[in-house]
Ligand binder design. Structure first.
Ligand code: NDP
Length: 319
């Protein structure tokens, strides 16, 4: 395939404008390095890692790839300062921040030559990320798994709205798992895509095999946004989801919901494989995922199908 270049490939020094989501309990050094070695951008998901665990994953990732990789940092993480310092000490070239105010850490990271990208769910927050000095934004629509915006704006609407609002490059996320969806996002004005759910079902993801197998069985409507009173998150409708839904329906307060949630639900579901009592974060696109593949194959398949589809569309339009 001929080489491709745009603002996102240039920003990250990668070959394919595709970023793997930094998903908690799934995205360690094995997944991140496999994606980066395949020519896209791999991210370590630091939200589920204690500071010393993050350092270990960064060191192993550096040993496993010579290509650029990044770290995703949810800004509501309890030991955020330690994570930021580890990233600076270990000279990680790229950081994706999410779930918080981009103003807090962006300038400090940039002073150390680190590229900073912030995840947003609205044009308003995209503007704030640009003002904070971010190099790009990930615009993540309602279809996405895990943490989600309260506004429920779909990717189809969000991407052109954000592209109109900011001058920095936009990476589309939410509902993207196959080549045709990547092409659609690029047609809407994105210069890259972020893919999460599809990589959950990869050999290299540290997600539990029970969770991976369940993703293959997901049908339309099997995931839904939950916990809107606390932190909105898209989950598989398992026993835990229904517990929360019943509590929400009877008007439970945020405190009561927090009590049902308890501690470590995400680990229980996604890492330990308790697919009934644990929290299972995955996007709507899981309905299109039907095999567990090596991460490199996923990258190549999405990119090849995106390029092939673009040529078919051009032909269909008579070019
Ligand atoms: P809980 O409070 O329920 O549990 C904390 C979990 O995180 C435990 O399983 C614990 O592991 C692990 N952990 C890692 N580092 C720390 C630390 N420094 N202090 C305490 N616990 C730590 O939180 P959640 O499981 O709901 O969420 C964990 C993190 O993941 C949060 O920072 C949250 O913002 C982030 N998150 C990110 C998402 C994303 O899309 N990027 C989506 C959802 C959550 P152990 O059991 O081994 O102690």
């Amino acid at each position: 395939m001929s080489s491709y270049s745009n603002k996102i490939t240039q920003l990250f020094n990668i070959d394919i404008p595709l970023v793997q989501g930094g998903m908690i309990w799934a995205s360690g050094w094995r997944l991140a390095s496999a994606v980066s070695n395949a020519g896209a951008l791999g991210l370590i998901g630091s939200g589920s890692m204690y500071p010393h665990v993050l350092r270990e994953h960064i060191v192993k990732c550096k040993a496993a790839t010579e290509k650029p990789f990044g770290v995703n940092v949810p800004l509501l993480y309890p030991n955020i300062e330690e994570h930021i310092q580890t990233i600076i000490d270990e000279k990680v070239p790229i950081v994706f921040t999410s779930a918080g105010n981009p103003k807090t850490h962006t300038q400090r990271l940039k002073e150390h030559g680190i590229k900073v990208v912030h995840v947003v769910s609205s044009s308003k927050f995209a503007q704030k990320a640009q003002e904070a000095g971010c190099d790009a934004v990930v615009a993540e629509g309602f279809e996405a798994g895990g943490h989600n915006g309260r506004e429920e704006t779909t990717t189809m609407v969000l991407i052109p709205a954000v592209v109109k609002e900011v001058s920095i490059p936009v990476i589309a996320a939410g509902g993207i798992g196959i080549g045709a969806q990547m092409l659609a996002a690029m047609v809407l004005g994105a210069e890259g895509v972020q893919v999460g759910s599809r990589f959950l079902a990869s050999h290299e993801a540290s997600s539990h095999i029970h969770f991976k197998n369940l993703i293959l069985q997901i049908k339309e409507g099997d995931t839904q946004l939950s916990l809107k009173k606390t932190t909105p998150v898209r989950l598989i409708k398992n026993h835990f989801f229904h517990l929360i839904q019943a509590a929400e329906n009877r008007g439970a307060s945020a405190e009561e919901l927090q009590e049902i949630l308890g501690r470590g639900r995400a680990k229980k579901g996604m890492f330990e494989g308790d697919v009934e009592e644990g929290e299972l974060e995955v996007g709507q696109v899981s309905t299109l995922i039907n095999s567990i593949q090596p991460a490199a194959e996923i990258v190549q398949e999405i990119w090849r199908d995106c390029v092939v589809k673009s040529k078919e569309v051009m032909l269909d339009f008579g070019f």
